[in-house]
Ligand binder design. Structure first.
Ligand code: CA
Length: 227
């Protein structure tokens, strides 16, 4: 598996490269944001935030705008705000330095697992209709009454997870564990942000009922017109 390591600090990068190689990862390292954006898409990105040219969060946003490549932020900035911002920009996980190589490997594996769960990995094409919504999981596209609705990768992953539990009450913890990674995250505010985005983008077709203190329940409204 090809990992793009974006890290300006030489000793840290060498240490990570050696550690990752021991677990069979093939590491391509760059030391600037610009070089990261110019690199071919890898299987996974490890992204430091403190880069000499472009802020890592901007690199994260730009990579997300282009692809849903699995991306883990590795940063010395560990504040709640930094984590929430990283997540909202589409990072799959956020690891605070210093960390153990074992821990990083566990996070990488979890991100890969979630990627294949949400249909990011190659799988059979599966178009399904939910009321006036059509989900194309393989292409990561959603259509509302035949018109495409643009969702961010995490919004798509959340939608896929919720439609798979249609009508069920799903706890916040379960959503965080599956769509994000509960280990590193103190609050679930970002979940509310993503639910609000889905409601606003797909409001006519879905009801995402909030059960206070517990979680959410997804319902599908019948398509308009004669049944
Ligand atoms: Ca740095």
């Amino acid at each position: 598996m090809q990992v793009l390591l974006v890290e300006d600090d030489g000793p840290t990068a060498d240490c990570l490269r050696r550690g990752l190689a021991r677990y069979g990862y093939d590491v391509d390292r760059v030391s600037t944001g610009r070089a990261a954006l110019a690199s071919p898409l890898p299987d996974l990105v490890l992204l430091d935030l403190g880069l000499p040219d472009i802020d890592g969060l901007d690199v994260c946003r730009e990579l997300r705008a282009r692809s849903d490549v699995p991306l883990i932020v590795i940063s010395g900035r560990g504040s709640e705000t930094e984590r929430v911002v990283g997540l909202e920009l589409g990072a799959d996980d956020y690891v605070v330095k210093p960390f153990l190589m074992r821990e990083l490997i566990a996070r990488i594996r979890a991100v890969q697992r979630r990627g294949s769960l949400s249909g990011r990995a190659v799988g059979p094409a599966e178009d399904r209709d939910y009321g006036s919504l059509t989900l194309d999981r393989r292409a990561h596209r959603v259509f509302l009454d035949g018109s495409e609705v643009l969702l961010r990768p995490k919004e798509f992953a959340l939608l896929v997870f919720l439609v798979d539990q249609l009508g069920e009450l799903v706890t916040r913890e379960r959503i965080m564990e599956t769509v994000w990674d509960s280990n590193w995250f103190g609050s679930t505010r970002t979940l509310d942000v993503h639910v609000a985005a889905l409601r606003s983008k797909l409001g006519g077709a879905l009801s995402i009922e909030c059960v206070r203190g517990v979680g959410f329940r997804l319902g599908v409204r019948a398509p308009a017109g004669p049944v």
